[in-house]
Design a protein around this ligand. Structure first.
Ligand SMILES: Cc1cc2nc3c(=O)[nH]c(=O)nc-3n(C[C@H](O)[C@H](O)[C@H](O)COP(=O)(O)OP(=O)(O)OC[C@H]3O[C@@H](n4cnc5c(N)ncnc54)[C@H](O)[C@@H]3O)c2cc1C
Length: 370
């Protein structure tokens, strides 16, 4: 019997997407670099895939190469009595790394337990959960820029990590080959930074608790929301949160119901704008200390209060809102990428018309846009 051709549907947790012209599976960083060079030499479209847990691809055939990073290991490349620096191959499973860190007594990764996917994808959207994010422990990334011969080291300060974003997500094209992380030698966790987790642990925000307790409670909380990928939990057959929490100017709160949750966020630096013909050097104003105050809204709250409930689906569609979490779009078994897209657009439109806020997708979309 011949194996069916590879497709995005078979390689992603959303389980949708068309056939792939060429799949190149890489077990080592060396193979990853070679596959990237081959794909670039062909001049066809290419995509790097880790666990496929943050990608939604179109139903049309993909006429290019998918480079799948699978497998890898970590090395201790620096250590003293307090800290350990790790270099980790892109293809290693993220949660295997977290489990190892907890077993070894390395503190800093435990709140990121249970996030599906590979280490190489972690910097792409600066993965985060339960008050922690990749940037907290990141030292840098071994990166092969598109078209380059050799891997370069990008220190974390050049990765422009932000809320579910980075320089890579904003368009710096290439392959993450390794990441460098710095963790603490401690049997105690980093300070607990998320109220729900602190409540589950029975401690105050900012307390430190045994690493294993954080991992176990995070995995429990995540499972209850369908946020641990499991074959037998259809609510996890998606990409986790489908929309990012919108960050808006604080003035927008006046248009929202008083009970709409929000969190202040530090403002990004404002771009200076000069009229044409004026000398930038002479007229440069002092750098602004901060921009206008901005707030992060809850995308889940906006979706629920626009009338979309858990489990919602459009007539005849195989895609549905998770029955455990409004922010996740899931494949109930027979969804096409078009089903996912139609539901995402429906949610976007409901929220925009109810609250005037446009939700942006968190996963990477291949072959279409929202
Ligand atoms: C049930 C569930 C729960 C989730 N919970 C969370 C969560 O709590 N927090 C969170 O942040 N995310 C979450 N996610 C999203 C996802 O797990 C993360 O974004 C993860 O980092 C994706 O890893 P991956 O290897 O599967 O990436 P993929 O889906 O394979 O790829 C994602 C993007 O990264 C690029 N990429 C992957 N590897 C490389 C590489 N080596 N070099 C260059 N580019 C690369 C791909 O081209 C693509 O653009 C969840 C997803 C699911 C299904």
């Amino acid at each position: 019997m011949t194996a069916p051709p590879a497709s995005f549907a078979s390689l992603t947790t959303m389980g949708v997407g068309g056939p792939i012209a060429q799949l190149c599976t890489c077990q080592t960083v060396g193979e990853l670099i070679e596959a990237a060079h081959d794909a670039w030499a062909e001049g066809l479209p290419w995509v790097v895939l880790g666990g496929g847990s943050n990608i939604v691809a179109a139903d049309d055939p993909f006429e290019g190469t998918v480079i799948a990073a699978r497998g890898g290991e970590f090395r201790v490349v620096g250590s003293d009595s307090d800290r350990v620096v790790l270099e980790v191959d892109a293809g290693m499973a993220w949660d295997d790394l977290v489990a190892t860190a907890v077993d070894e007594g390395w503190s800093g990764l435990e709140a990121l337990s249970g996030i599906p996917g590979s280490v190489g994808a972690a910097p792409i959207q600066n993965i985060g959960a339960y008050g922690a994010e990749f940037a907290d422990v990141a030292r840098g990334v071994g990166f092969l820029p598109e078209g380059a011969d050799a891997v370069e080291y990008l220190p974390a300060s050049e990765c422009e990590f932000g809320y579910r974003t980075s320089v890579f997500k904003r368009g710096l094209s290439g392959v993450v080959c390794t990441v460098r992380l710095e963790v603490s030698r401690s049997s105690e966790s980093a300070p607990v930074g998320y109220a729900q987790l602190a409540h589950a642990l029975g401690v105050d925000l900012g307390d430190r608790v045994p690493l294993r307790d954080v991992r176990e409670h995070v995995l429990e909380l995540r499972s209850s929301k369908g946020m641990v990928f499991r074959q037998d939990d259809v609510d996890s057959h998606g990409c986790g949160s489908f929309f990012v929490n919108p960050v808006v100017p604080i003035g927008m709160l006046t248009n929202l119901p008083a009970d709409s949750p929000f969190w202040p966020v530090s403002a990004p630096a404002e771009a200076a704008v000069f009229p044409l013909g004026e000398s930038v050097e002479q007229d440069m104003p002092p750098a602004p200390r901060s921009g206008p105050e901005r707030v992060k809204l809850s995308a889940a709250w906006l979706i629920e209060h626009s009338g979309i409930r858990r489990g919602f689906c459009l007539p005849g569609s195989g895609a549905a809102v998770s029955s455990k979490h409004t922010l996740a779009i899931t494949n109930r078994g027979s969804a096409s990428a078009n089903d996912v897209l139609a539901l995402a657009r429906f949610i976007q439109t409901r929220v925009a018309s109810e609250f005037g806020v446009v939700l942006h997708p968190e996963p990477i979309l291949v072959g279409f846009s929202l």
